[in-house]
Design a protein around this ligand. Structure first.
Ligand code: NAD
Ligand code: ZN
Length: 367
């Protein structure tokens, strides 16, 4: 990693998600929001733009974004949706469609998501569906959204029957990461985001994992000279996996490392208990232990993951529900095929593969 302190106001890293004529850049920097309008004008020229955000984010960063868009020639329309995962629903989606019609959006009008993964998924689905698809820009403001949700084009809303049940693939034209926005992110949300960073390293890059082991505390404190290269590497891993398998037929499944169990934990907690990243942390640990038991990864792998997650302030214990409840929750996991789940196991730090396992095989009998 470079030892230079990144210069404020400038994009210091540009990555590309390679998807043929739908390829797009991910641009990282510190305090760069004032420059985003020009970048959007380059990839989504239009005379107007719709910005979608939530109050806690808009209050802090909406003004500078709006000025930047105006300076680049856009008339800016802003829609605030209520904060929280419950907002990612069809009713809010339909409100965004109403708003797009009301402001006279045409097929060139970009929808700009300013916020975490919730805003990105909701605004992205509005962009995917309005007029069968309008330009979409991601300005993620959580770590989770920066390294995960904003890359790869999956957009969706939740239904009462389950999360992300209605959605689409709609790639953004640009992902704009300004790490200065993370300073206002609550510490617990920060840590949860780092769970996905640890995931990226664990499935793909052992050297990166070693750097996380070296830098965990500095990263939690958002030290910019550590943060930018770390987020960039995590983004690059997601970008590479998505470029090779956009529609999750095969390789992209390894991004679900820790997620089979995480989804069960979230479901049993009725989505009000642990944060997604916290559930993923526990799920990764269970999966890593299972990988050792299966003889796929060397002894000590799970312990390395556990101690790194702990340093990020993440939990490691499965919430206390009966084993049967976990098994039931796993059985209706949507990734289940013929009663076996495509479980993501590690072959040591830095390599993952899927193994078909039944819920009983995944969850150890005694805990
Ligand atoms: N599309 C994908 O591939 C993908 C991948 C992973 C997760 N997701 C989705 O992402 C969502 C979770 O994303 P998330 O963890 O970012 O949650 P989130 O969007 O709900 O944000 C978490 C909280 O942080 C606040 N916040 C966001 N940025 C802030 C900032 N800079 N300063 C202060 N507060 C800030 C938000 O207002 C919210 O209260 C879920 O809906 C999940 O399904 C999608
Ligand atoms: Zn996740």
């Amino acid at each position: 990693m470079s030892g230079e302190r990144p210069r404020a106001g400038r994009v210091v890293r540009t990555l590309r998600v390679e998807l043929g004529d739908r390829s797009y850049p991910i641009k990282l920097g510190v305090d760069t929001l004032a420059g985003v309008g020009t970048a959007i004008a380059r990839c989504a020229p239009s005379n107007r733009a719709l910005v979608v955000s939530v109050p806690p984010v808009s209050r802090r960063y909406g003004g500078v974004l709006q000025r930047s868009l105006r300076a680049a020639g856009y008339r800016v329309h802003r829609v605030l949706v209520p904060d929280g995962e419950a907002t990612k629903n069809p009713r809010q989606l339909s409100k965004l469609w109403d708003e797009l019609i009301r402001v006279g959006a045409d097929r060139n009008t970009p929808v700009v998501a300013l916020g975490g993964g919730m805003v990105g998924d909701l605004a992205g689905f509005a962009a995917a569906s309005y007029l069968r698809g309008v330009p979409f820009i991601q300005i993620p403001t959580t770590i989770l959204a920066m390294v995960d949700a904003s890359i790869g084009g999956k957009v969706a809303v939740n239904l009462p029957q389950g999360k992300n049940l209605v959605g689409a693939f709609h790639q953004p034209r640009l992902v704009w990461i300004d790490t200065a926005t993370l300073r206002s992110l609550p510490v617990r949300q920060r840590a949860a985001g780092f769970a996905e960073v640890v995931k990226a390293a664990a499935i793909w890059d052992s050297k990166f994992f070693e750097r996380l082991e070296r830098d965990a505390e500095g990263l939690l404190e958002l030290d910019p000279k550590l943060l930018i290269p770390t987020l960039a590497r995590a983004c690059a891993i997601k970008a590479e996996v998505v470029s090779r398998d956009e529609r999750e037929t095969d390789l992209r499944q390894i991004l679900n490392f820790g997620h089979t169990i995480a989804h069960a934990i979230e479901k049993l907690g009725r989505y009000r208990g642990l944060l997604h990243g916290e559930a993923v942390a526990i799920g990764m640990l269970v999966a890593a232990r299972k990988s050792e038991q299966l003889g796929l990864s060397p002894a000590g792998t799970a312990e390395r993951i556990r101690s790194l997650l702990l340093r990020f302030g993440l939990p490691s214990e499965l919430p206390n529900h009966p084993r049967k409840a976990y098994l039931d929750a796993l059985r209706v996991d949507k990734k289940m095929a013929n009663s076996k789940i495509r479980f993501v196991a590690l072959r040591g730090i830095g390599r993952a593969e899927t193994v078909p396992l039944t819920p009983r095989e995944i969850l150890p009998a005694s805990r």
